[in-house]
Design a binder for this molecule. Sequence first.
Ligand SMILES: Cc1cc2nc3c(=O)[nH]c(=O)nc-3n(C[C@H](O)[C@H](O)[C@H](O)COP(=O)(O)OP(=O)(O)OC[C@H]3O[C@@H](n4cnc5c(N)ncnc54)[C@H](O)[C@@H]3O)c2cc1C
Ligand code: SF4
Length: 272
Amino acid sequence: MELLRPSRLEELDGGLPIHGGTEVVPLLRDGILQAETLVDVRGIVPRGVRGSTIGAGTTLAELEVDTQIPGALREACRLAASPQLRNMGSIGGNLLQSTRCWYWRLKYPCRLHGGDRCHAREGEHREHAIFANDYCASAHPSDVAAALLALGATVRTSRRELPLEALYRLPDEANRDLVTLAEGELILELELPAVEASVYLKAMDRRRWAFPQVGVAAARSRGEIRLALAGVAPIPWLLTGPDALDSATPLPRTAWKVDVARALVRRALERV
Ligand SMILES: Cc1cc2nc3c(=O)[nH]c(=O)nc-3n(C[C@H](O)[C@H](O)[C@H](O)COP(=O)(O)OP(=O)(O)OC[C@H]3O[C@@H](n4cnc5c(N)ncnc54)[C@H](O)[C@@H]3O)c2cc1C
Ligand code: SF4
């Protein structure tokens, strides 16, 4: 395997991007990802916070202590993973992490691997989705994406600018991808609009270093509150309001997540 270290965007010519490697390396080791060429993008992707702009190479550890950024994002970073992972993991890589669905990680030939079944829907799915879970019932694992979604973040890539919600898509028979990035397109920066108050609350199966069972982000801006959830749908999920939880479609063993989401949404609204 070849490792390239370009220092300018123009030098990019294919290969699998790697930043902190906390996601790429285990997936390569487990044979879920294959690559002839890895492209270390640390020389290209901006790192650090300038006002409302966050370089996609900024680590979660740097963000959790940065007082320039809204509370919801700081808290989402602080509650994610372990200190070692937060020191290595970039915010850009976090947004593009793969599902933690155990069937997918164990290489079952499920729909996201190109097969014709969702093994979780029929099998073990206690940690899975309560929205948009018909085709694939995976639950998006990024705390950070939910916080950015509530905050109304914009993404700047090497080719375009888009609202964060447009970075994600639900998979279907024609296209199993969960993100809309083209091959070779890099996330460079995130832009945050000003908010008056924001919060991120997270339910985990232990008190630290666990993925969100349900994460709820709320942000208030000009009197309006945006809510976004982690761990409830195959992609980060915008919630139009607390009543939208009534339209959840839980699987037989994920109904408990609706109750947890309801409690966290109530608390988050009180806090902002
Ligand atoms: C044990 C464990 C626990 C975790 N717990 C949590 C948790 O509780 N909450 C949470 O939110 N996250 C959690 N994570 C995810 C973790 O935060 C991410 O793995 C990390 O942020 C990824 O960043 P990275 O720089 O290491 O990405 P990499 O592994 O380098 O890359 C990840 C993906 O992004 C692509 N990529 C990287 N940078 C770019 C870029 N700039 N443009 C385009 N593509 C890019 C890579 O090709 C790859 O597909 C956990 C991870 C592990 C391993
Ligand atoms: S939930 Fe998605 S990733 Fe998991 S088995 Fe079903 S199709 Fe595959």
